[in-house]
Design a protein around this ligand. Structure first.
Ligand code: IPD
Ligand code: CA
Length: 260
């Protein structure tokens, strides 16, 4: 199969993320319509519908490509270009009317991301990058912070859906809170990573995050000059993940590993 043009991949990633995000946004009065409710998570009807919107854009543009999304269709086919979609990242935020959520679309070829888009409809922000184009937010170049010491760092994190009493995540939170300027839980991993890419935050770390949460945002962060690392694989798609501005990487990695 002839490799598609990178500009076209980025264009489709942007259209697909907009199709998902705009559908959720237009229907936000239906944000409490649940498909399933768990102890620390929910699945909405709009998660599923928005993924269908994203997939349609991809299938129309590239009928021969594979698609993998959080809402089913979870096969990572590396024999052809594979699109990785999270139609709503930050579903709990979205459902409660909090504006921090996004739609995330990445495309990989031979297991490497070539283009990605993270779109925040309520914040009117669209983060993009491709192999040929730098990381941008709404068309403006972004870059990570230059913070080099933990005491000036704003670190973003999250608590996995399966959090339990005495979970190591609480030790990590405590240890990072004692060393960093602030630790925040904003509720949407892809948004957190884009904040590191654009210098608003200095690092993001989380245990129990999934490929679709990090595929587009991690690529955007790397293309912006940030550093990403899968600290541990926790299953086919699940992992412990770190993204930093670069100068803080080793210090945060050490702190995380020692306290987890
Ligand atoms: C979740 C969000 C949250 C993170 C969870 C993710 P979802 O994704 O990114 O910030 O803490 O680990 O699973 O379920 O809203 O797509
Ligand atoms: Ca999701």
């Amino acid at each position: 199969m002839k490799e598609p043009d990178t500009d076209q991949l980025l264009e489709v990633a942007v259209s697909s993320a907009h199709a998902a995000g705009d559908h959720a946004m237009r229907n936000r009065m239906r944000r409490r319509e649940t498909e399933e409710v768990f102890a620390h998570d929910i699945k909405l009807k709009l998660d599923i519908e928005s993924q269908e919107k994203a997939f349609k854009v991809i299938n129309d543009a590239f009928p021969g490509h594979a698609v993998l999304g959080e809402e089913g269709d979870m096969r990572r086919d590396t024999s052809r270009p594979c699109w990785i979609v999270d139609p709503i990242d930050g579903t709990v935020n979205f459902s409660h009317g909090m504006p921090i959520w996004c739609s995330s679309v990445a495309v990989e070829i031979n297991g490497e991301v070539r283009a990605g888009c993270v779109y925040l409809p309520e914040m009117d922000e669209c983060y993009t990058a491709s192999l040929d184009q730098p990381s941008e937010c709404n068309g403006h170049r972004i870059q990570p912070s230059g913070a080099a010491s933990l005491d000036e760092a704003l670190i973003l994190t999250g608590l996995t859906k399966n959090v339990k009493a005495n979970s190591p995540a609480f030790n990590v939170f405590e240890s990072m809170s004692l060393h960093a300027r602030k630790v925040r839980i904003m509720g949407a991993a892809a948004v957190d990573i884009c904040h590191v890419a654009s210098g608003r935050a200095d690092a993001y770390v989380e245990t129990g995050i999934y490929l679709w949460d990090v595929a587009a945002a991690g690529f955007i962060a790397r293309q912006a000059g940030a550093r990403t690392e899968v600290l541990k694989e926790l299953g086919e798609f699940k992992m412990q993940y770190l993204c930093t501005n670069g100068p803080l990487h080793n210090d945060i990695r050490k702190l995380f590993i020692e306290s987890a």
